[in-house]
Design a binder for this molecule. Structure first.
Ligand SMILES: [Zn+2]
Length: 792
């Protein structure tokens, strides 16, 4: 069936000449102004595609303001209205029957015309395989969920896609691939769920993974996975799984041991590849599922996903896709992991280690997740191990004995030695457990850094439990990976080599002060914070991922700021993030903030800004949580932060082992909001979320003011205007103004709630302000003149 679908050609025996013919499929409205239309050859009596050459146009109106702004960012207009010179359409519903009956009504009869085949055959052969698996999924299903796709040859914009797929949560997508500086990105002009539909349930839900994995001496990974999954929908035969394309599948069998058909890394829908990569494994069941049926699949596979970065230093490249699984962060399941690996190295994994034994040249061990988790991982290396006990939580650190090869040439001179600490602050006792790597050339300062790191990670777990409740897992394994990024998985975090180095070593490797701060103050604690925000509580769709990133980052900054030597870490980072959001995208005349709003998630990586996700999400989401924190703060209370802490604590409790959406967060904030936050009335935080989460724009503020004597000698009347720029006229904010005067600390005059570009204000005070300071405490993401002098 798959091969036959791939081989379909244009049927040039029946070509229709059409004029002003309309075809509407949901939000996609096609007009064939004039040209020739032909269908693809039928497959099993069913037509699944058509081509058109001529003049026409496509019209789609994106659904909400965020999506309209997204279309405008790429196309200059909020409505997608594009002329085309040709289109290729695929579908598995009754589109062909509809077109045919209307052609019949209009008395249009087909003619033979070989020209259209010549024109389209190459394109049809290339594009066909992208759609075959998707069409096959419906053809094999007892309850098909229609698919409608058009590749459009846009006159102005070049080729683009328009998709309406009932199996997607957001059924309607329009966009195009774009290459910027040799890097391919996919521009999602718009993506939205059709009104009044509920999200389709995932067809399969994972329950348990049993993974039997061997790491060979040459680093090849061989695996056998047994997946226990539940059919959430009846009548399906196609199981979509994810597995690294570097692991080749040898076999997939069912519970009875029968071999099943499967497809690996076959071409797929471009929008899906943009999200997940082409690590697909598609398994065909022998018969349709019954609702709630439990299915057991066994897959065997092998390949190279582990590389060596130096002697004893390894990278598990595909550390999220080294086993076949149902993708999606809300796919919680239990994991049983068995590993066998060469005795010379150590291996760490997610879950609780049940046993480990040595057998000649090999080691073997088992891990089991102590509660359902959404991802399992492992890491290995010639480690030195350090153990920390933090208020009963066991933390194990696994540091590479050697430096990554890539960093060695840069780091030459020996580092300064400092005395070896025997115990450390706050009662977190640190001990070196293993000395068994004779080749270990870990530098003395690295040992000290690792002790401090372990100690501070211990403190961080205690600090974070204030915001998220007790540590969610039985233990925490902290392992090193070469490179410059970290990842925090359930009970196992990966920290980059840079985080294991002293500032001195980082400096000698050429890291700027901001980068040193990043790897020292943020990365380790950000990944620890993901144990709560990202693992215990997960995001729902890409539109909600900013919440976990923002919270992990913000509370790691609160932790950095809480330390005695912090030197205002929080304010330094807030200013850095603000300045970065206001800086220009290289080569573009827009600032980074304008790359798009937080709720676009991975879609922020586009031709507008190929680094959009990374550059926007961490900076802006951190600010969003800071602003919520500051608005909820009560300086008079015994614990000024109690409201913010309770908000997060409540979310961690109500959404544990579950998803948290932007709407969930907004309604939780609305439950605890203070009257001072109700800027638009109606007890709603729409204004805040629309401006900073679902929209873009950072306001700029300036003040003009005069001072007059008040009724008494020690009273002054400060009158003026607050100017707001760079945002729409209806942008709301509550801007704190402070008076600075000679002989004392600035005092708060009050807050000005902006309405439009110029908002007048009047305050009475007992000092005569020399300057007015706009939000000197950094409570508001804005660009402000720090001090303004009185106008004379
Ligand atoms: Zn993160």
């Amino acid at each position: 069936m798959y091969d036959a679908l791939n081989a379909l050609k244009v049927n040039s025996d029946e070509v229709y000449t059409v004029r002003d013919f309309d075809l509407r499929h949901d939000a996609v409205h096609l007009t064939f102004t004039q040209g020739q239309l032909a269908f693809l050859q039928p497959f099993q009596g069913k037509i699944t595609g058509a081509v058109f050459t001529g003049r026409g146009k496509l019209l789609t109106v994106p659904r909400d303001p965020t999506e309209k702004a997204s279309a405008a960012r790429f196309l200059g207009t909020a409505v997608i209205d594009e002329d085309f010179t040709g289109i290729y359409i695929r579908f598995d519903d009754d589109t062909a029957a509809e077109i045919l009956s209307r052609l019949h009504e209009a008395n249009i009869t087909p003619q033979r015309d070989a020209g259209i085949s010549e024109e389209w055959d190459t394109t049809v052969a290339t594009l066909g395989p992208w759609h075959s698996l998707r069409i096959l999924t419906d053809l094999l299903s007892e309850h098909p969920m229609p698919y409608f796709y058009t590749a459009v040859l846009g006159s102005k914009t070049g080729p683009f896609d328009a998709l309406v797929d009932e199996r997607r949560a957001e059924q309607v997508v329009l966009g195009q691939p774009k290459t910027v500086d040799g890097e391919m990105s996919y521009d999602f002009w718009t993506s939205f769920a059709r009104p009044h539909t509920t999200e389709p349930a995932a067809p399969f839900i994972p329950e348990r993974y049993a993974l039997d994995t061997t790491v060979q001496p040459d680093l090849e990974l061989t695996g056998a996975a047994t997946l226990t999954i539940r059919a959430a929908r009846a009548g399906e035969r196609v199981v979509p799984l994810e597995l690294s394309k570097f692991l080749r599948v040898d076999s997939v069998t069912d519970d009875a041991g029968h071999a099943l058909e499967f497809f690996q890394s076959e071409p797929g829908i471009r929008q899906e590849i943009a999200v997940r990569g082409d690590d697909s494994l598609t398994v065909i069941l022998p018969q349709p599922t019954a609702t709630g049926e439990t299915i057991r699949l066994r897959a065997t596979y092998r390949g190279h996903v582990i590389t060596q970065a130096a002697v004893g230093v390894f990278v598990v490249g595909e550390h999220g896709s080294w086993y076949p699984h149902i993708s999606g962060v809300d796919s919680f399941a239990t994991f049983d992991l068995s590993f066998k690996w060469p005795q010379a190295v150590q291996l760490v994994a997610t879950g609780e280690k049940l046993d480990e034994k040595e057998d000649g040249d090999w080691r073997e061990a088992h891990w089991r997740s102590d509660k359902p988790i959404f991802v399992a991982g492992f890491n290995l290396g010639a480690y030195r191990e350090f153990n920390v006990d933090s208020a009963g939580l066991k933390i194990d650190l696994f540091a590479n004995a050697r430096l990554d090869q890539a960093l060695q040439p840069t780091l030459r001179a020996p580092v300064i030695q400092t005395p070896f600490p025997s115990t450390s602050v706050n009662g977190n006792v640190v001990k070196v457990l293993t000395e068994k790597m004779p080749t270990a050339n870990i530098s003395p300062d690295a040992t000290i850094v690792i002790h401090r790191l372990g100690d501070e990670i211990g403190q961080a777990t205690q600090f974070f439990s204030r915001y998220g409740g007790p540590f969610p897992y039985k233990q925490l394994e902290v392992s090193q990976i070469p490179g410059n990024f970290g990842q925090g998985w359930p009970g196992l975090i990966y920290l980059p080599t840079f985080s294991f180095l002293s500032r001195e070593a980082q400096r000698r490797l050429g890291l700027t002060e901001a980068h040193q701060d990043h790897f020292t103050e943020i990365v380790p604690y950000h990944e620890v914070a993901h144990q709560w925000w990202g693992n215990l509580v997960v995001w729902h769709s890409y539109r909600d991922q900013w919440i976990c990133e923002g919270l992990a980052n913000y509370i790691s900054l609160l932790f950095a700021d809480s330390r005695k030597d912090s030197d205002h870490a929080l304010n330094i980072w807030l200013a850095r993030y603000r300045d970065s959001l206001l800086s220009k995208v290289p080569g573009k005349d827009i600032n980074i903030d304008s790359s798009g709003p937080l709720t676009l998630g991975f879609r922020l990586n586009s031709s507008v800004n190929p680094k959009g996700y990374e550059e926007v999400v961490y900076a802006k989401a951190t600010w969003v949580f800071h602003m919520l924190h500051m608005m909820l703060r009560d300086p008079q209370a015994k614990d000024p932060d109690a409201r913010f802490v309770a908000l997060l604590r409540g979310l961690a409790e109500s959404h544990r082992d579950a998803v948290l959406t932007t709407d969930d967060l907004q309604s939780a904030v609305e439950k605890v909001m203070l009257p001072s936050m109700d800027l638009e009335g109606g007890h709603s935080m729409d204004w805040f979320f629309d401006q900073y989460v679902r929209g873009t724009g950072i306001p700029q503020y300036k003040v003009d003011f005069t001072v007059q004597h008040g009724a008494s000698a020690d009273q002054f009347v400060v009158k003026g205007v607050l100017h707001q720029a760079n945002v729409p006229g209806d942008f709301l904010a509550s801007v704190p103004l402070y008076a600075s005067y000679s002989g004392g600390k600035p005092i708060l005059l009050g807050h000005v709630s902006t309405s439009g570009a110029d908002t007048p204000f009047r305050f009475t005070t007992h000092v005569s302000p020399k300057h007015i300071l706009i939000d000197p405490e950094l409570t508001l993401l804005s660009q402000a003149d720090r001090g303004t002098e009185q106008v004379h």
